[in-house]
Design a protein around this ligand. Structure first.
Ligand SMILES: [Zn+2]
Length: 260
């Protein structure tokens, strides 16, 4: 919320001041910009994905997001972002291909789950169904391409990256859509005979609480009603402002050298 907006301005100013200082002193701390995010929408072969494909292409929403990212980030080389059929409900970053795959299967899955024709616009539902995951995968891509140090599990770190970046951009609704997705995933996971403790991701239920905590922590007054035994227990809520501040400051420190 307000904190997040302030952070965007602070970063923008830091980037401007950094660029001026760098030029004046011949400094080289600002990364060189040798690449862009390159977006494409691959035509789906699976006819079930046609509505999602059309909603994405016609809205041009991600074209705008990617244009903004290209204005913000200096990259060492191009990073491909493809909306595509994958044959599985997934989204992933491939370091070998330097490419993010946003699978129509995943977007259709969440869009179908969350679409309420009486309340929501289908295109907006499709956009929200992909937005949190898009930033999560973007986090993986930047960790790889910018060789960012990550001292805990990368999956947890890029969940925090997604929350922080969305809040910086004033997109708290998309962060909340991510919370809804983890809630849904947690319900599905609860049906499993054995929980995947071995997985590189935290359990969906934990990812849910981590996201709730970060969004709440970005503005505890605004989200005060979230604190309750069945949503965000008081014992966790107490530390969330500090958790958000740590994630916010850590990602700022990591990304500032690459902001144009
Ligand atoms: Zn991941």
């Amino acid at each position: 919320m307000k904190r997040a907006m302030v952070r965007v301005l602070t970063l923008a100013m830091a980037a401007v001041l950094g660029a001026c200082g760098g030029d004046a002193q011949g400094g080289d701390w600002l990364a060189t910009d040798d690449g862009d995010f390159v977006l494409e929408y691959l035509e789906p072969e699976n006819a079930d994905h046609q509505p999602v494909y059309e909603a994405l292409v016609e809205s041009e929403f991600y074209d705008g997001v990617v244009a903004t990212l290209n204005e913000q980030f200096a990259l060492p080389q191009d990073i491909a972002i493809a909306f595509q059929d994958c044959g599985e409900v997934n989204a992933f970053y491939s370091p070998d291909d330097v490419a993010i795959a946003m699978c129509y299967e995943l977007i259709a899955y969440y869009a179908d789950m969350f679409y309420d024709e009486d309340e929501a616009d289908y295109t907006q539902t499709v956009i929200n169904a992909a937005y949190f995951t898009f930033f999560h995968e973007l986090g993986h891509a930047l960790v790889d391409q910018l060789e960012l140090p990550i001292v805990s599990r990368e999956e947890d770190a890029v969940d925090a990256f997604a929350a922080v970046l969305l809040l910086w951009q004033g997109e708290e609704e998309a962060a909340i859509a991510g919370i809804d997705q983890f809630s849904l995933d947690a319900e599905e996971e609860a049906e499993l005979e054995e929980l995947p403790y071995w997985d590189e991701h935290s359990l969906s239920e934990q990812r849910f609480y981590n996201m709730v905590c970060l969004v709440y922590g970005s503005d505890p007054d605004w989200y005060a009603e979230w604190v309750s035994e069945d949503f965000l227990p008081e014992s966790r809520a107490e530390g969330c402002e500090a958790e958000f501040a740590q994630a916010d400051e850590s990602w700022s420190a990591l990304l500032t050298p690459y902001l144009k």
